[in-house]
Design a protein around this ligand. Structure first.
Ligand code: RIB
Ligand code: CA
Length: 326
């Protein structure tokens, strides 16, 4: 892997230093799980929100709800309400109109800390050595930050993103986070920052099976009940979208981008050059992964995650949820 932490937190408990992280997200059922993982396993400097699974007001609302449910003191800054160039595309077929359908969610009680995510990202990168950016939605905020302050690229330890893969989920080759804003993804993949990519090839190995949902629901308290209900809804929409038997639960994509930073030993990866298709008719938003064995291939810019120990990953997520369920 191009840029990894040593396991920042073994299952037995915290180890120092925990990676400093900004989580940029579009909650989103799997983003909600990523928030729990980031809160538990990282030094979470902030959460930024972006339009993606739902419009920005909804993804921001949902991030504030998750902050309250976890009872954490982490700033939340909203960001881009649309892609750099394209018209906004949302995913109500997967996440519902609210972005977090399927659970009885409390109203947020804490205020938003700001509305300029790109500026927050820039300031936080400038004030923290070795920081990671972990985007789990369209890359608009990250691209805007890199465009506004290109020099931050040298200060970022790595960008561990959920997105892309060798196939798509919005189109044959377009995975939602990249497909929704391919121009932003091009900026990020071309910025020279060490990248780790949790694409669909690895995230479809991490499924919210009924047995795993039951383990979450068995935990005490409101958070576990909400997350179990969200995973049931999420898995049901996956079942409607995919062939019978194709997946034994919703693919819980986003927390893998967090765990790739905090627990890299549960993954395998290959270093590859990855570029973004921004003009294709059939291939808009494709992550073009150079798998060739020719000497003339371009130098890698990305650690492409290929496998995950799904049981280990779920045990970590379960432990994180349990930590906030006491
Ligand atoms: O394609 C899956 C990705 O798109 C996940 O991050 C999901 O939350 C949506 O943002
Ligand atoms: Ca997401």
């Amino acid at each position: 892997m191009l840029a990894v932490m040593s396991d920042a937190r073994s299952p037995s408990g915290p180890q120092s230093p925990r990676p400093v992280v900004v989580l940029d997200c579009d909650p989103g059922h799997d983003d909600a799980i990523a928030i729990v993982a980031a809160a538990h396993f990282t030094d979470l400097a902030g959460i930024t929100t972006v339009a993606g699974n739902a419009p920005l007001p909804r993804t921001t609302h949902n991030a504030l709800v998750m902050r309250d449910l976890l009872g954490i003191d982490v700033p939340v800054h909203s960001g881009a309400d649309r892609p750099l160039v394209r018209e906004p595309k949302f995913a109500p077929d997967v996440h519902g109109a609210s972005g977090l359908d399927g659970a009885d969610l409390p109203a947020p009680t804490t205020p938003l800390d700001g509305t300029d995510a790109a500026r927050f990202i820039i300031d936080t990168v400038r004030s923290n050595d070795g920081i990671w950016l972990v985007p789990t939605g369209p890359l608009t905020n990250i691209a805007l930050a890199l465009r506004l302050a290109p020099e931050i690229a040298d200060r970022i330890r790595g960008i561990s993103l959920m997105g892309g893969g060798s196939f798509g989920n919005r189109t044959v080759m377009g995975e939602f986070n990249i497909w929704a804003d391919p121009e932003a993804a091009h900026v990020v993949f071309d910025a020279g920052v060490p990248l780790t990519m949790a694409g669909l090839d690895v995230t479809h190995q991490f499924l919210a099976t009924p047995a795993r949902v039951d383990r979450v629901r068995a935990l005490p308290g409101q958070l576990a009940e909400v997350l179990a209900d969200l995973l049931v809804f999420f898995s049901a929409t996956y079942g409607e979208i995919h062939d019978d038997g194709a997946l034994s639960g919703g693919a819980v994509h986003d927390p893998l981008a967090v765990l790739a930073v905090t627990h890299p030993s549960i993954f395998e990866s290959v270093d590859r050059r990855v570029d973004i298709e921004t003009h294709g008719i059939l291939t808009r938003g494709m992550t073009v992964i150079d798998e060739r064995t020719v000497r003339a291939r371009a130098a890698p810019n990305c650690a492409v995650l290929t496998t995950v120990d799904a049981d280990a990953a779920f045990d970590l997520i379960h432990g994180a949820i349990a930590h906030y369920s006491r």
